[in-house]
Design a protein around this ligand. Structure first.
Ligand SMILES: CC(C)(COP(=O)(O)OP(=O)(O)OC[C@H]1O[C@@H](n2cnc3c(N)ncnc32)[C@H](O)[C@@H]1OP(=O)(O)O)[C@@H](O)C(=O)NCCC(=O)NCCS
Length: 455
């Protein structure tokens, strides 16, 4: 079956998470994605946080499936010539190297546009072009701190806190992908490519939109009633409002208050909690569900306004009701009364979640060196097509010769490029699973010998 992006050829000059997350999705939806990697190891995530000696780390395999890999030394003229040929014949060039890297390699946007006016260049950086921070390199938490997430996450008595969600990394990849798809549609109409750019700071801020909403509300009225700091609650016990949106703990971000509540055995299980929302329109059924039917029509409880000052007292009462219930038991009761709620699911539970496995969100992928690993497939489902089956990520330089041949290089020219170390991968490329195990074992041995020598 032809997938929607089939025929779109992508130069994937990306690394770490933001860029690779974008191009991996393109590959799942049919694009022909070729990862251009540097000599001496390629994408740094191949080696970071390794759990199997010699094998590409999960950080890499989980963000680079369904791609090809070519290793080119872009600092050498012959390597630049290979990339030039790719630019002339590909559709999209995605990059998230440090500011100025692509220009320094000799491929500024003007040059790319001149080589191929239909080419779309997608650039992801830490900060916007023209920003006073634009020269700074960035990783996830850098973006969360600069993008409004850290200052508004955590508890009132703790420091700015980062979220586990990749708001700076994968989220930037998603924004970049939306920009690329929009530019591809625009190209259909105009025949011309363009440069699209987004930054981790902006992509993170985009997801903190409601905090900017809150900032303006705070400036206008001086308080935010859904935050624990709301002055009618306990005289500053939960902190006070200052000039900027404070950290609100687990307060609900919308107009419906909620909190994380302890369930049975929370002392032993760090994730024995539920999130429960008190929906104003559902108050009567909520009060009945939590074992307090007498609250349903009591004016001390039966309006949102009445509940605001005593919200945490109500939470404490609900926790008494939850004390003998597991999070799953609690949810099965609350859902019957249409209470918006969820168990706090830990990563082990999610890894083995039967529904997420059944619908292709959690998938098992074979890899020639690692064996089978678990990853997250396309979380977007389509009625018209099924995204590509997730395959293992490419070994470093696995498709070097294939790509060169597709660009018109003859066998003797390819051999010359190898001999001159223009396209040689830094580690031997395994051609079969058995070879791969030998390469992996060799790397592990070399590392052990090095460690031994150092001791
Ligand atoms: C992620 C980041 C911090 C990593 O920094 P880094 O590991 O120091 O890598 P850089 O991006 O500086 O690039 C390193 C060098 O590799 C070189 N390189 C990359 N591919 C190459 C290739 N195929 N051949 C030759 N050299 C290559 C670059 O030219 C650069 O060299 P230079 O500094 O001499 O110009 C940085 O790339 C960055 O800030 N990127 C933008 C934001 C981003 O996406 N962050 C990651 C989010 S997941």
């Amino acid at each position: 079956m032809s997938l929607p992006l089939s025929g779109i050829k992508v130069i994937d000059f990306t690394m770490v998470q933001a860029g690779p997350a974008c191009t991996q999705l393109m590959a799942w939806y049919g694009a022909d994605v070729t990862k251009v990697e540097r000599p001496n190891g390629g994408d740094s995530t191949r080696h970071q946080l390794r759990d199997i000696p010699g094998a590409d780390a999960l950080y890499f395999t989980m963000l680079n499936s369904n791609k090809k890999s070519i290793v080119i030394d872009l600092k050498k003229p012959e390597g630049k010539a290979v990339l030039t040929k790719m630019i002339e014949t590909y559709d999209v060039f995605v990059e998230n190297f440090a500011p100025g890297v692509v220009d320094r390699l000799g491929f500024p946007w003007e040059k790319i546009h001149e080589l191929n006016p239909r080419m779309i260049l997608a650039s992801g950086k830490g900060f916007p072009e023209g920003s006073r921070f634009s020269d700074i390199k960035a990783y996830e938490n850098v973006a969360q701190c600069a993008g409004g997430s850290a200052s508004t996450t955590g508890f009132w008595d703790g420091p700015p806190t980062v979220s586990a969600g990749a708001l700076g990394d994968s989220n930037t990849g998603l924004h970049l992908l939306i920009a690329i798809l929009t530019a591809l549609i625009d190209r259909e109409k105009t025949g011309k490519g363009q440069k699209v750019h987004t930054s981790m700071q902006e992509s993170c801020l985009d997801l903190c939109r409601v905090k900017l909403r809150d900032q303006q509300r705070l400036e206008r009225v001086g308080y935010l009633e859904e935050y624990p700091q709301y002055p009618i609650r306990k005289d500053g016990k939960y902190g006070t409002f200052g000039a900027a949106v404070p950290r609100g703990g687990n307060a609900g971000g919308g107009g419906q208050p909620g909190w994380v509540l302890k369930c049975k055995d929370w002392q032993k299980d760090p994730n024995s909690y539920i999130y429960m929302t008190i929906q104003d329109t559902n108050w009567v059924r909520t009060a009945e569900a939590i074992g307090h039917p007498e609250w349903a029509h009591d004016p001390k409880y039966n309006t949102a306004r009445a509940r605001e000052p005593i919200f945490f007292d109500i939470c404490a009462e609900i926790e008494k009701w939850l004390a003998d219930k597991t999070k799953y038991e609690a949810i099965s009761i609350l859902r019957k009364s249409e209470v918006p709620c969820a168990p706090v699911l830990d990563m082990k539970e999610l890894e083995n979640d039967p529904d997420l496995r059944a619908n292709g969100t959690i998938v098992e992928v074979p890899h020639p060196v690692r064996g089978t690993y678990v990853t997250i497939g396309s979380v977007m489902k389509f009625s018209g097509f099924t995204p590509a089956k997730v395959t293992g990520s490419p070994l470093l330089g696995e498709h070097t010769d294939e790509i060169l041949a597709s660009l018109g290089y003859k066998a003797d020219e390819i051999a010359k490029l190898h001999a001159a170390k223009i396209v040689d991968p830094a580690v031997q490329v395994a051609k079969t699973a058995a070879d791969a195990k030998i390469v992996a074992a060799g790397e592990a041995k070399a590392r052990a010998a090095k460690t031994h020598a150092a001791e």
